[in-house]
Design a protein around this ligand. Structure first.
Ligand SMILES: [Fe+2]
Length: 147
């Protein structure tokens, strides 16, 4: 029995469904690119963006986007759970090839966790927005100034 209200559970289910579609469409775009169909790839990516927008709407409706430290705290908890409990449990349950896929994910996520923790420290220390270090693509930040 779940303790969270039914409407929240359904909003989260909708969020997961749309977020998964977005990721899957991006994978399809990579495949289309590899197969020499760049326009098909672009159209998959455009649909993925539309799915992202729906996922965002559902997560906001669930009250799960709160800003600053709250969101960073959630992201850090999720990564820790996945790295410490979820993936190790699955790694013990699969063949070596699959285990190696999960191990690569865990290693990448360790770095993501470091970045999230650094970001939380910076966010708590900053008066306004955090700095944008070299190597972070300005183009993906909506408020990035034109250069
Ligand atoms: Fe993760």
């Amino acid at each position: 029995m779940s303790r969270i209200p039914r409407f929240l559970e359904h909003l989260k289910t909708g969020f997961t469904a749309e977020a998964v579609s977005a990721a899957r469409y991006r994978a399809n775009a990579v495949k289309a690119e590899q197969d020499g169909h760049p326009n098909l790839a672009r159209r998959w990516r455009r649909l993925a963006e539309a799915k992202d927008a729906l996922a965002i709407e559902l997560l906001e409706a669930a009250g799960q986007v709160r800003g600053l430290d709250a969101d960073l705290g959630d992201a850090i908890s999720e990564e820790r759970f996945e790295n410490d409990i979820l993936y190790p449990k699955m790694i013990r349950d699969v063949d070596e090839h699959t285990a190696n896929v999960f191990l690569r994910v865990v290693n990448a996520q360790k770095e993501h966790l470091r970045q999230l923790e650094a970001l939380r420290e910076e966010t708590n220390a900053a008066q306004g927005d955090v700095a944008l270090p070299a190597g972070v693509d300005r183009g993906t930040a909506p408020s990035a100034p034109e250069s």
